[in-house]
Design a protein around this ligand. Structure first.
Ligand SMILES: Nc1nc2c(ncn2[C@@H]2O[C@H](COP(=O)(O)OP(=O)(O)OP(=O)(O)O)[C@@H](O)[C@H]2O)c(=O)[nH]1
Ligand SMILES: [Mg+2]
Length: 651
């Protein structure tokens, strides 16, 4: 076998990436091509995970990484962009620049990857190549050059002309170029030759002095321009009509740069999936060395030596045992212990496989198993699922004790819910999470409590005088012993502190943990026989509660730092919406025609922000949020929360 090329397919949902990949595989002779084959994908009718497949075209093995286009699955676009050596941006002929087209374009620019644009759906009546080209150039603000032109006959797409060779081909081979477009095609060819010549100094000189430039010279300058990212060729076709498919295969073979092969044997797990009958499969890019079954390499994250067991190569959409994989290739590994997304397995001394810049989760829901007793099963299954995705997180909230699943939006979380059921047989319900409120005090107060109990024989006695004071936000808890003259013997002081800490676990307002309090024990009494650590603990607990009630207890809520990036037209709507969410806008700036709004907003107002922002901006805005600090809940709201807590306590 000859060379290998790794190619990504990204673009907006519904642009036809999956259909196109299937057409390419079938054209290259692969059979039983099955994409979007997970039960969740079948039911929904669109892609969810990054699909990895492969075909041989002439002397070249083409590994295809096909991303889903729904915005919430953007991490798969990032995986494809960073793993592949060339990426095909698939766009819709009638509406080439959609939300995820723009996002993918930004990701590709950041990743510095060569790009080819494939304008799909050219069979549709409204798909006009001149308009599509204008839309691409305006929307993505880059030079795009058609290297082909679509051929329509009586309004029907029949093939494409290769502008450099001047040959037109359809699904069944050569076709004539209709008279009506000959002139236009000639003009485009002239522009193209000039543009390609400008990519190379020697060619530019030849062009200017009207010397003949050979087809080979043009082809190699074109490939160089693509590889360097200075030239973005545009190709056309219809995945369902089989138009432009052979031509795309040829173009990929000619234009995709060879994978870089490192000296140090290493592989990076860029995608993890569950395959029917095979279980968990890690798709790896072998960046150096040759991988063989039986290799014992080091799992860099765990530090353990791992035996490489089942090595598969991709054949169409199927996995075939191969026993080895060469540097530069993509392989699938089975039965790898403890493998998570982004892991590196390598010989000693190797650097970890670089992690692409994935976004952080922005949407959370609490997970409740439908049948009690499924908690254990749920956490094992969740650990499994979450370790395959960069944008999913699962953790227990320390305050509310809820199990929280976080991701990019409701669709992604719903897919997890479905997978839990289909694969792990755990049924769960997703609920709006409780807010992890905290309680604190606003002023100083003192209180005392005597714990005394006579239960025949040995009694219990302890008296504690406590002063509590507010601490600055985020200071937590401080305990000070100011007693003098042994009014409380030293050995019982720890009991006092324990009592206070226990009392703080459950606040006096609504039962939330209390924070940012300094507690000072300044006086007390003991009994030579009946006192014990326990007696003082009980006394301190009660004294604290009494003091807290007098110290103007107040609720604290988490405040998030929100960063919204949206087209300028939405700025007004976004800001007034943030005001309605009790947000405080910190600043706004312009960045490449977009507005970046930064604001502080209470978490309680952001529980469905991912959905609301999406509908407010037709999905054209993105946002991030991170925890900033806790701050007081406004009085009216506090009253409501306290009343609700009391009601649920009694109910
Ligand atoms: N008319 C026409 N329909 C097409 C073409 N390519 C794909 N389609 C149809 O468009 C729909 C979406 O195609 P997919 O291949 O699933 O699109 P996708 O880009 O993979 O979508 P996501 O997985 O959501 O990102 C399907 O119904 C396809 O049959 C085309 O060239 N012409
Ligand atoms: Mg798809």
């Amino acid at each position: 076998m000859g060379q290998t090329r790794n190619i990504g397919f990204v673009g907006h949902s519904g642009s036809g990436k999956t259909t196109l990949a299937a057409a390419l595989l079938e054209q290259a002779g692969e059979r039983e091509v099955q994409l979007d084959s997970s039960p969740e994908e079948k039911r929904r009718g669109y892609s969810i995970d990054l699909a990895v497949c492969s075909c041989n075209w002439k002397d070249t093995k083409l590994n295809l990484l096909v991303a889903p286009g729904l915005g919430e699955f953007i991490e798969e676009t990032i995986k494809a962009a960073y793993t592949a050596d060339l990426v095909v941006l698939v766009v819709h002929g009638e509406k080439p620049v959609e939300v995820v087209t723009e996002q993918a374009w930004e990701i590709l620019a950041k990743a510095g990857k060569p790009v080819v644009v494939f304008v799909n759906m050219m069979d549709l009546p409204e798909a006009d190549p001149d308009k599509a080209l204008d839309a691409l150039r305006a929307g993505l603000n880059a030079k795009f050059w058609p290297i082909q032109w679509p051929v329509k006959e009586d309004g029907e797409l029949v093939g494409v002309v290769d502008l450099l060779s001047g040959e037109a081909t359809g699904p069944k081979g050569k076709i004539p170029i209709p008279e009506g477009i000959k002139g236009h095609v000639e003009g485009l060819k002239g522009q193209l030759v000039e543009e390609i010549a400008s990519l190379d100094d020697a060619l530019a000189e030849k062009f200017l002095s009207d010397e003949e430039i050979t087809a080979e010279e043009l082809a190699s300058a074109l490939a160089k321009g693509v590889a360097e990212g200075t030239f973005v060729p545009v190709l056309w076709g219809s995945a369902t009509g089989g138009v432009g498919v052979v031509e795309l295969l040829d173009a990929l073979r000619a234009l995709a740069p060879a994978p870089e092969i490192e000296e140090v044997p290493r592989l990076g797990a860029f995608n993890i999936l569950s395959a029917p009958y095979l279980g968990r499969i890690a798709f790896v890019r072998v960046t150096g060395g040759e991988l063989s079954e039986g290799n014992a390499w080091i799992h860099l994250r765990t530090g353990n030596k791992v035996q490489i067991r089942d090595i598969y190569t991709l054949r169409g959409t199927k996995l075939e045992k191969s026993g080895k994989a060469a540097g530069g290739d993509i392989a699938a590994l089975g039965k790898l212990e403890d493998i998570a997304l982004g892991d590196t397995i390598a010989v000693e001394g190797a650097e970890p496989y670089p992690e692409p810049p994935f976004p952080k989760p922005v949407f959370s829901r609490a997970v409740y198993p439908k049948s009690q007793g499924d908690e254990e099963k749920l956490s094992t299954a969740m650990r499994d699922i979450v370790s395959t995705k960069a944008t999913l997180k699962f953790e227990r909230d320390n305050v509310t004790k809820e199990a929280i699943l976080s991701g990019m939006g409701d669709v992604q979380l719903d897919v997890v819910r479905e997978r839990l059921k289909n694969r792990y047989n755990v049924e769960v319900e997703l609920r709006i999470p409780k807010i992890p409120y905290l309680e604190t005090i606003k002023k100083q107060a003192t209180a005392q409590y005597r714990h005394k109990k006579q239960t025949g024989g040995h009694g219990q006695f302890g008296e504690v005088h406590l002063r509590i004071e507010p601490l600055p936000r985020g200071e937590g808890f401080q305990f000070v012993d100011e007693t003098k003259g042994g009014v409380i013997p030293q050995q019982f002081i720890p009991g006092v502190e324990k009592g206070v800490r226990e009392a703080m676990q459950e606040g006096v307002l609504a039962g939330y943990p209390m924070v940012d309090i300094k507690a000072v024990v300044f006086y007390g009494m003991y009994h030579p026989v009946d006192s014990s650590e326990l007696s003082f603990k009980i006394a301190a607990r009660q004294a604290f509660k009494l003091a807290a009630e007098k110290a103007e207890p107040a609720l604290l809520e988490p405040i998030m730092l929100l960063t919204v990036i949206a087209p300028e037209a939405f700025t007004g709507d976004i800001i007034s919406d943030l005001n309605a969410r009790r947000g405080k806008v910190l600043g706004m700036e312009s960045q490449d025609g977009k507005t970046v709004v930064k604001a502080e907003v209470p978490l309680a107002e952001l529980l469905s922000y991912a959905l609301d922002l999406k509908s407010m901006t037709q999905g054209r805005a993105t946002f991030q949020m991170e925890f900033l600090r806790y701050d007081f809940v406004p009085a009216q709201l506090q009253e409501k929360i306290v009343a609700e807590a009391k009601a649920s306590h009694e109910g």
